[in-house]
Write a protein that binds this ligand. Structure first.
Ligand code: HEC
Length: 185
């Protein structure tokens, strides 16, 4: 190795070492960042310890991957079913939007799932059309197709043991406004 290259290497490694040990490597970008561990509240230390990069890595870890998007989607899929049963079309439409958001955020976090996730688009479109027409029969058919699509993706993404079905027991905390007296609980 030439003297100049070795010198550059020393420079880079010492810069890296400084960056890794510094508490706030980008102080201007985080004006409110505590200057030292002494000012970090104990309950926030798990998040605020280290530099900016370390903190973002920790936040990313806690945001989780596709699993949390799917746990949310599973819940919303169940709610969507009861919304259709109740002909509560506003709530049904709301749940479709939230499924789209959950899946979009999930694929942003785990891009390797994005190609398979596209199979959901047509199935959700069909549900939306049934909702727009307020057609309970079309909704049932579209919901069945949607559920089959969820499972098709589980097979192609190698989690075939996650086989979802329409809910068998009603746990939904939401009822259609026209299904109760509009008064108390
Ligand atoms: C990208 C294709 C894909 C689509 C589309 C998809 N899933 Fe998933 N699902 C997965 C993968 C992959 C996992 C495993 C998550 C992980 O750990 O990465 C999963 C996991 C799940 C889980 C278990 C979540 C947990 O951790 O408890 C449920 C429930 C679920 N999916 C429901 C659904 C429902 C309902 C739909 C349809 C509305 C759906 N999924 C559509 C790929 C998909």
């Amino acid at each position: 190795m030439s003297g100049a290259r070795a010198g550059r290497l020393v420079l880079i490694t010492s810069w890296l070492a400084a960056a890794c040990t510094s508490r706030s490597p980008v102080p201007d970008a985080t004006p409110s960042a505590p200057a030292s561990s002494a000012t970090v509240p104990e309950h926030a230390a798990w998040l605020l310890d280290g530099g900016v990069e370390d903190r973002f890595v920790r936040v990313a870890k806690h945001l989780r991957g596709f699993d949390v998007a799917m746990a949310e989607t599973g819940y919303r899929h169940g709610e969507l079913y009861w919304a259709g049963r109740d002909e509560n079309w506003g709530y049904a439409s709301y749940q479709v939007e939230k499924i789209e958001t959950a899946v979009a955020n999930g694929t942003e976090r785990r891009p390797k799932r994005a190609a398979s996730a596209r199979m959901l688009e047509g199935a959700l479109e069909r549900v939306k059309e049934a909702i727009a027409r307020r057609d309970a029969g079309a909704f049932d058919a579209a919901f069945t197709k949607l559920t089959a699509t969820c499972n098709a993706c589980h097979v192609s993404e190698r989690v075939p043991f996650i086989h979802v079905v329409a809910p068998r027991v009603r746990l939904s905390p939401v009822v259609a406004a026209h299904a109760h007296d509009g008064g108390g609980p």
